[in-house]
Unconditional design. Structure first.
Length: 688
């Protein structure tokens, strides 16, 4: 390198130096040429020293370094990282460089390196804690163009504060939020409404932002750990542990035998990094903390609802009384209405009772459909209350006419059917033996029957099981398993007839209609009264008694179809109550829809379907608790680097003073370098 430098100097300065020595009259021109030569030397040296670190080492180590070279080397090394300067200065140097000049040069570099000269001239590599191979350059955290300081240390970072607001937003704002469905517009009446996808996107964006700042914060932490290990744990890049990490990209704990951290600082760093390691993988815990359930909100507008069927015709009442075939079609219509009102298993409890109101449901006619949870006021709704159920315990408890009607239920049917002949367990008939249905001439076929209510006792028979001709007897001990549970738990009296086992009892009930103060749509065509059943006011209606007469046929049909999924096992009383309720309400709805002509309009408040957010607080706070591990790791490093703040403040003062001295020294060196460059050029030219 030195020979190349000599050749460069000869080649660039030969013409200008010859011209200077040929004539003194051109002294000024020669001096200018020498100054230009000086600039060329400076540029050449900068190229050499900028090339790589090994060139800088070779340059400072070679003998007979000129003042100009030392000056440019000094300025070049001022641009280096502290690690690189120390690596150069701790190389063994030749004393021929010039004793006093070398010491001055080292002192200047020491001041710029913010360290004492005695520390910089140490030659024992073991005392440095690292060797020739430098650590990667630390990010130079300075200032932005705005003049505001960046986050330089762990203590100055406030990025973790983003987590608490996000958790609070999920817990307070998102929880209970009513998102619109995909068919509703985002903007309505000047208000922005979000969909489920929008909320999910916002939560994901917040997690991405937190992950970004966590990466920035983690970078600072990792660099701080590197310097802590270097200064306090004797970090050696050429150790076996570091070589293993470079080669296999694995931590030292993967070595065999296992290499555990050494010393308290190493353990502190390891614990801190372990506490922070899980943070990038817990985002699904928060993004999956929001559940979405069907819901609705009020539109705030009231509309008029017509509950009367436009196709209703009172003339058909004549044919209902006159022809059995017509009554069969209306019976099937009533069974379909029972299915509409009760087939939704989500609207009933495990034992079959309603969970959406008092159990008095009504199927509205087409044209009166509204969204679920819409409300309607002062609507006429059929209602029935089962006050009590009593079972016969012996044959003496059953009147003879009741036994006869249960065995021969054709007398109870309005369609000349025999409900007892279906032989399906669960089939039942409800009747008043003293008031059976008839189509006598006392009924007017041209007008509805007189309005009535019913409050009293009716008899019923329930088909428990059909053991068959060679089956077990109808006894609790011998019958065995049934759809209503183990027969040994059934202590009621069992009537055996035609290889069937019946249970006989009485039901005390109140039936009629109620003017519901508020009813709620549980489906688009089914409303349910919200008044407590004990507070319902029963009112008379023309179709109450006709609905009760239809029950023997309709109860059997509902039990056979089983479309309403009535629970039976260990639920005798509940089954009887639900079967009577479903059949009565469906029968009244059929009469109202078929024969009621005209009627008042009712006010209703429609609901808009929404999707309600339900936040799992256990997941949110679990995510927040895991996030606190990162904070705990940062606090651990904070304790480990407690004294770093004072060192930084001291370094600022040293740096400021060193820069002042550097500016003054640089100015002097530049002024002194001009005659030195001339002398160097003349000596090179004069040399053989």
């Amino acid at each position: 390198m030195y020979d190349g430098l000599q050749y460069l100097l000869l080649n660039e300065s030969q013409t200008k130096v010859n011209s200077y020595m040929a004539t003194k009259q051109r002294a000024d021109q020669s001096r200018n040429s020498a100054l230009l030569h000086h600039d060329t030397v400076q540029e050449s040296l900068e190229k050499v020293f900028r090339s790589d670190l090994s060139s800088a080492k070779a340059t400072i180590s070679r003998p007979a370094m000129t003042a100009v070279e030392r000056d440019h080397l000094y300025k070049h090394m001022m641009k280096m990282d502290n690690f690189e300067r120390e690596l150069i200065l701790h190389e063994p140097t030749d004393t021929s460089m010039g004793g006093s000049q070398t010491q001055v040069f080292l002192n200047r570099l020491a001041a710029a390196s913010q360290a004492r000269p005695s520390e910089l001239v140490r030659t024992q590599r073991e005392q440095l804690g690292y060797n020739h191979e430098p650590l990667p350059k630390r990010p130079k955290w300075g200032r932005f163009n705005t003049g505001k300081p960046e986050c330089r240390t762990i203590r100055r970072c406030r990025l973790l504060r983003l987590r608490q607001p996000l958790a609070l937003v999920l817990a307070l704002a998102v929880n209970g939020y009513q998102a619109i469905n995909t068919t509703s517009p985002h903007y309505e009446s000047g208000h922005l409404r979000l969909r489920v996808s929008d909320v999910t996107t916002l939560v994901s964006m917040a997690l991405v932002i937190i992950k970004f700042f966590l990466g920035v914060w983690s970078t600072i932490v990792v660099w701080r750990c590197a310097y802590v290990l270097r200064d306090r744990a004797g970090f050696d890049p050429q150790s076996q542990r570091i070589s293993f990490m470079k080669k296999h990209k694995l931590p030292p704990t993967a070595m065999w035998p296992v290499q555990w951290p050494r010393g308290f600082p190493s353990w502190m760093v390891a614990v801190s990094l372990v506490l922070m390691a899980v943070q990038p993988y817990i985002s699904p815990l928060l993004s999956g903390a929001v559940n979405w359930d069907p819901s609705s909100v009020s539109t705030g507008n009231r509309i008029q609802v017509n509950d009367t069927n436009p196709a209703a015709d009172l003339v058909q009442w004549y044919w209902y009384l006159a022809q059995q075939s017509d009554r069969k079609s209306y019976l099937r219509l009533a069974a379909g209405m029972a299915n509409l009102a009760w087939a939704n298993s989500a609207a009933v409890s495990a034992n079959g009772t309603s969970i959406t109101g008092n159990g008095c449901r009504h199927v509205v006619n087409r044209g009166g459909e509204l969204a679920v949870n819409s409300t309607v006021w002062n609507l006429v709704v059929p209602c029935i209350n089962i006050n009590s159920i009593s079972w016969a315990r012996s044959a003496d408890d059953v009147p003879r006419n009741v036994t006869y009607l249960v065995e021969n239920s054709t007398n109870l049917s309005i369609v000349n059917d025999n409900p007892s002949s279906y032989y399906r367990p669960g089939g039942a008939v409800l009747f008043d033996p003293n008031l059976l249905w008839n189509n006598s001439k006392t009924k007017s076929p041209w007008e509805p029957p007189p309005a009535t209510t019913f409050s009293g006792t009716k008899s019923f028979g329930l088909l428990l099981a059909r053991p068959g001709l060679y089956g077990p007897p109808c006894t609790s001990a011998g019958l065995g398993p049934t759809v209503f549970g183990d027969s040994r738990n059934i202590t009621q009296y069992m009537l055996s007839f035609n290889r069937n086992c019946y249970l006989i009892g009485t039901v005390n009930l109140t039936a009629g209609v109620t003017n519901s103060s508020i009813a709620t749509y549980i489906s688009s065509r089914v409303v349910e009264d919200q008044t407590p059943l004990s507070s319902v006011v029963f009112e008379p209606n023309p179709w109450v008694q006709e609905a009760l007469w239809l029950l023997p046929d309709l109860m059997t049909m509902i039990a056979v179809m089983n479309a309403t999924l009535l629970p039976t096992y260990d639920n005798l009383d509940g089954y009887v109550e639900l079967l009577i309720r479903q059949a009565y309400l469906a029968a009244w709805d059929m009469f109202h829809s078929s024969f009621d002509v005209g009627g008042p309009l009712f006010e209703a408040t429609p609901q808009e379907p929404r999707i309600r957010a339900s936040v799992s607080f256990s997941r949110v706070f679990s995510w927040l608790a895991i996030c606190l591990l990162t904070t705990l790791g940062g606090l651990t490093l904070l304790l480990l680097t407690t004294g770093y703040k004072e060192e930084e403040e001291e370094q600022k003062e040293v740096t400021s003073e060193a820069l002042t001295q550097l500016n003054a020294a640089t100015t002097g060196i530049i002024d002194e370098a001009k005659p030195v460059a001339m002398d160097a050029a003349e000596s090179i030219i004069a040399s053989p």
